[in-house]
Design a protein around this ligand. Sequence first.
Ligand SMILES: [Zn+2]
Length: 152
Amino acid sequence: MFGNLFGKKKKKPKAQCSICKTLLEHEEGFALSTAEVVVSKEYWDNKMVEPETMAYTTNHFKNKDENATKMRGIIFEKTAEKDQTWLTCETCIKQFDVDMDQASGYASEWWANSGQVEMPKAGKATDNMEPSEYEDMRNYAMMDAGASKIRL
Ligand SMILES: [Zn+2]
């Protein structure tokens, strides 16, 4: 009632990009499963040079610090265990090799159902990946990710 009084529409809900935290307007974005996120090498190349992870990456590559290497593995494992739908912005979706129309369709469902989406490979990545694929990606994230983005 008040809204109408002042000639305003009801405020539409907003969300943040799960990756870069950019604000997404109602109906915007692309929805991904955790399994779709963790198979992207580009995602890990970016993730491992963020301010929170950069120290591990530098120590891993420059100082061959075993604890830093281990932490990079743990970051992968923690991410793979996330039972969530990822909602990304137009920029971040480019890191993933997915059908953008489909991901956009799932995002519409996400908005319509307050974050609930029926997606293939939903849930933890560990439940939706072959063990060998999981190991390959874990190895990449732990040993190689971000190498091209830091000065050695
Ligand atoms: Zn983003």
